[in-house]
Design a protein around this ligand. Structure first.
Ligand code: ADP
Length: 262
């Protein structure tokens, strides 16, 4: 009797090997598509404000500059487009530095309650324009010491609070709360806006992902804010979580190392 087992085993091994290789190829293809899509997105996003600014400036050169009210309006629009471009390039740079690991975290002890008050002040005008209240949820004992990268956490909090104002409702409320468990500080930013549907919720941390494209665009974002937030929090060896209820609002939260004993 011929022992066919070795042959069978060899066959199985070859099959397993081929399957593994195919998976690797699929993975590489996916990455390549992702890269292409990203590049296309970046080009598109860069082109939009450049074309807009170009359009306004050329119209001015072609004579609109002689009419004072038109001139002021067009200059303002051109400046806004360039501000948007500036924000986009800065966000792209941050993202790419985070992804290549070029950004080192500078841990220090700081009062995140104080930091949040400063952000409230900076965003006050924007909130007032929409009659949105910026508040701390429940009384907390101040200071709220965190041990993290202060500059990066400022970026995170600014992005989350800014989004809560932008995508929340008129006359709404944005609540920031600080809780703690044994080792961590738990930070949450909550709004009482329209909420995010589950199908979108799982994608909002992707680069350039926006819900209702036109409305999000109108708000002047880059579509990179939450991707940056995610990176920064992960660089702190933590995770961002989000919960949302349609018609009720959205809450983003994350944990940070406590700073009390540092
Ligand atoms: P953007 O620059 O467009 O604000 P983000 O990455 O910060 O980009 O957010 C991605 C998208 O997630 C937004 O365009 C918006 O559609 C949605 N989003 C973010 N925060 C909220 C929120 N608090 N409530 C509802 N939708 C939100």
């Amino acid at each position: 009797v011929i022992d066919t087992n070795p042959l069978k085993r060899l066959n199985e091994e070859i099959f397993a090997y081929a399957t593994r290789k195919q998976q690797e190829i699929d993975e590489l293809k996916k990455l390549e598509n992702f890269r292409k899509e990203f590049l296309a997105n970046v080009s598109h996003e860069l082109k939009t404000p450049i074309f807009a600014a170009q359009g306004f400036i050329h119209t001015l050169i072609d004579g609109a500059i002689d009419d004072k009210s038109v001139r002021d309006k067009f200059l303002d629009k051109a400046a806004k487009s360039l501000d948007g471009l500036d924000a986009l390039v800065k966000d792209l740079l941050t993202l790419s530095q985070m992804e290549t690991g070029d950004i080192k975290m500078h841990y220090e002890k700081f009062d995140i309650g104080h930091l949040t008050s400063d952000i409230f002040e900076q965003l006050e005008e924007k909130a007032e324009a929409k009659r949105v209240q910026l508040k701390f949820d429940k009384k907390m004992s101040v200071p709220v010491w965190a041990y993290a990268d202060r500059h990066r956490i400022t970026q995170v909090m600014t992005n989350l609070i800014d989004n809560a104002i932008k995508y929340g409702r008129e006359e709404g409320k944005v609540l920031v709360s600080f809780d703690s468990d044994k080792e961590h500080l738990i930070v949450s930013v909550k709004d009482d806006g329209p909420g995010i549907e589950p199908e979108h919720l799982k994608r909002i941390f992707e680069r350039f992902y926006r819900i209702e494209k036109s409305r999000s665009k109108e708000q002047g974002g880059t579509g990179l804010g939450l991707a940056i937030v995610k990176h920064i929090i992960e660089a702190h060896r933590s995770k961002v979580s989000v919960t949302s209820k349609m018609g009720k609002g959205t809450t983003f939260s994350f944990k940070l190392e406590k700073g009390d004993n540092k």
